[in-house]
Design a protein around this ligand. Structure first.
Ligand code: CU
Ligand code: CU
Length: 341
């Protein structure tokens, strides 16, 4: 079995995630996945010899496109409660879904609503939230939200509805608090695998009155342990697909306020980071205060940590962003902003 370091040594010269990267990452892709081989005409052979060339994956087949995930906010369906408060409702389902994570390399993901990361749920502090969760996966799951809520709504085994078996459903209902940038994820054991398979998403609670208008972007940092050895990741990504924003830079306007909701859910590695070239940003840890704590160009986050980055680009052109951990960057966690007039 290829060790993580040996793997890296063999692929570090592939800044754009070429076919060799996919081939190496795919050597053990069927390991413990419950899926057999035969992924169709685009390779997937265990010897890695038949991987498709190119830089792009099939976003349509995947069911999501990281360029769209960036600016997709799901506000749910709203109505008014008798006391005048907003009731916000979502339908979320867990489903096992294969994702082409690198050209020709399919990862047997477990997902919320068929995508990695799951939908970005957005509300305002004080809303009443009602999430109807249906488990359409072959494995037991939950939805565990970060936030302040009663114990029985915590989405963990043995408390409240507990583990939701395949085919079952439940309703998580609680108030949106505190305002800030949060996340949700499955909390069934083995927890590392349930998260690493893709069961997580962003949960934004806006402050009353909102934040100043801007070009808002969600970036969820995560990885893929394609060998299923539980010892590390072979690919790193933002919003589902390694190297995606190298191929399709994030287009923003010069001088416009850009707000990045940055979340780290990376499993197996203790720390992730975000570094921006040619610029600095105001950083709001967890988004729970309206004043930034720092002006910087690099932040580190452990798993579950998140924060809001606000900035304006004074110069047009291409500016790189990536994990300030070369190993992660070389294996997918890098991209570009394209600043236009
Ligand atoms: Cu799960
Ligand atoms: Cu968590």
């Amino acid at each position: 079995m290829t060790s993580r370091r040996a793997f890296l040594a063999g692929t570090a010269a592939l800044p754009f995630g070429g076919a060799a990267l996919a081939a190496s990452a795919g050597q053990h892709q069927n390991h413990g996945s419950g899926h057999s081989g035969g992924h169709g005409g685009h390779g997937g052979g265990v010897n890695g010899a038949t991987f498709r060339q190119g830089t792009q994956v099939d976003h349509r087949a995947n069911g999501f496109d990281p360029t769209e995930v960036l600016r997709e906010f799901d506000y749910g369906t709203t109505s008014r409660l008798p006391d005048g408060r907003v009731l916000r409702e979502w339908e979320i389902f867990a489903v096992d879904h294969e994702i082409e994570v690198a050209p020709g390399l399919r990862f047997p993901a477990w997902t919320f609503n068929g995508r990695v990361p799951g939908p970005t749920l957005r509300c305002t502090a004080g809303d009443r939230l009602r999430v109807r969760f249906t488990n359409g996966s072959e494995h037991p799951h939950t939805m565990h939200f970060h936030g302040i809520h009663p114990a029985e709504m915590d989405g963990i085994p043995g408390v409240g509805a507990g583990v939701i078996a395949p085919g079952d459903s439940t309703v998580y209902e609680f108030d949106a608090e505190p305002f800030g940038l949060h996340l949700y994820h499955c909390h069934v054991g083995p927890l590392a695998e349930h998260i690493a398979r893709g069961l997580y998403g962003t949960f934004v609670v806006d402050p009353p009155g909102g934040r100043p208008p801007g070009d808002e972007l969600v970036m969820v940092m995560h990885g893929y342990n394609t060998t299923f050895d539980g010892e590390g990741n072979q690919l790193y990504a933002v919003n589902g697909i390694p190297f995606h924003y190298m191929h399709e830079p994030v287009r923003v306007r010069r001088g416009e306020l850009v707000r990045i909701y940055l979340v780290n859910v990376l499993e197996y590695d203790p720390i992730n980071s975000f570094h921006l070239h040619g610029n600095f940003f105001d950083y709001y840890p967890t988004g729970t205060r309206l004043e930034p704590s720092e002006l910087t160009d690099t932040v580190a986050q452990v798993q579950g940590q998140r924060g809001i980055c606000e900035l304006r680009f004074p110069y047009p052109g291409r500016f790189m962003f990536h994990a300030h951990k070369t190993e992660f960057a070389d294996l997918g966690w890098m991209g570009f902003f394209e600043v236009v007039e």
